[in-house]
Design a protein around this ligand. Structure first.
Ligand code: AVI
Length: 326
């Protein structure tokens, strides 16, 4: 079992994750959340995914930020004589965000860049990199969960621009995305703007390869969830007995990833003191990657006070960045 030691050197396990494994693998159909993809190995695999030829999302959004940054800056309504806070949900490696940060600094806008992430490690790496690349940028990293940190800015008298890039919203079911947006809206005022990056609904022959790349990196990313359960909970998954299987429905724009059991098998999970049985061909649903159009986004925003102000797309119309206001 993975050994996590706390400050008093006791061995700890992630009990929320363990409860989730118990619930998900004892349900019919079985499920596990993609939230748990991102351990140290998962983070590295995701960086590899973003650089894969088939994974068009990152390149398309990068193109929008790079080629249209002046139009973006005016749509965000920021002014050179008014200080603002540029808050990013999820630190990432900053590659795309730099395309916005560089012109803002070069044109003399007054702002602090406040990336929020649960991982202090990710924030430290980003801060170090930004110090080298954009020395005049003021970076104030915020470790914690998004809403905890946003809450602390709620009463700030300065306008805020909140970035939520990379189609991260797409990893939520629609009802979850709607309540996420409601919470976000509650933390924004009419002076604030949300800059939201979403993958567009498009043909299956573009979407599916992005989730089933020829080098097998996405398969390794999905299967790493079982390896993680092995390490953290003393489970005995043989990952060769499972295969990565993505699906995409062009009509709804919903991509889903599954792990499929290649045979009838029982898998021991020590921390649950339990065997989990699998039929041959039985699936574990591990991820949703929803694709959007403006109508779907409007439906998700329906219960919030927010509306779409502007939409930017890349040259292939693969990806869209929306400016959303209250
Ligand atoms: C982080 N998220 C938006 C990615 C996506 O496209 O759903 C995660 C991912 N899963 C497989 N490949 C990439």
């Amino acid at each position: 079992m993975a050994v996590h030691r706390n400050q008093t050197s006791e061995i700890t396990i992630d009990t929320a994750f363990l409860r989730h494994v118990d619930l998900g693998l004892n349900s019919r159909p079985k499920f596990l959340s993609s939230r748990y993809f991102y351990d140290e190995i998962g983070d590295k695999l995701f960086v590899k995914i973003m650089n894969l030829p088939e994974y068009y999302l990152t390149r398309a959004e990068h193109e929008i930020l790079k080629e249209q940054n002046n139009a973006l800056i005016s749509a965000l309504g920021v002014r050179k004589d008014t200080y603002f806070e540029l808050i990013e949900l999820g630190a990432g490696d900053g590659t795309k965000t730099k395309e916005l940060l560089k012109p803002l600094v070069a044109q003399g806008f007054k702002f602090d860049y406040l990336p929020i992430d649960i991982s202090q490690h990710a924030l430290d790496d980003l801060e170090e990199n930004l110090k080298k690349e954009i020395p005049n940028l003021s970076v104030k990293t915020q470790q914690g969960d998004y809403f905890g940190v946003l809450e602390s800015f709620k009463n700030s008298e300065h306008p805020k621009v909140v970035l939520f890039l990379g189609s991260n919203l797409g990893n939520m079911e629609d009802d979850e995305a709607a309540s996420f947006m409601e919470q976000l809206s509650d933390n924004l005022t009419t002076n604030d703007k949300l800059f939201l990056g979403l993958d567009c609904i498009k043909a299956s022959d573009v979407v599916l390869p992005a989730y089933n790349d020829s080098q097998g990196v996405t398969a390794a990313f999905n299967l790493n969830l079982l390896t993680r359960i092995n390490k953290e909970f003393g489970a005995e998954f043989d990952i060769w007995n499972f295969k990565h299987a993505p699906e995409y429905d062009e009509q709804s724009g919903i991509a889903k990833s599954f792990l499929v059991s290649k045979k009838t098998q029982k898998v021991w999970i020590a921390a649950l003191d339990q065997y989990i049985s699998f039929e041959q061909g039985e699936k574990i649903h591990t991820e949703i990657s929803r694709k959007y159009d403006a109508e779907i986004l409007k439906a998700i925003l329906a219960e919030t006070a927010m509306v779409i102000q502007t939409k930017f797309t890349d040259s292939h119309n693969y990806f869209a960045d929306y400016v959303v206001v209250k």
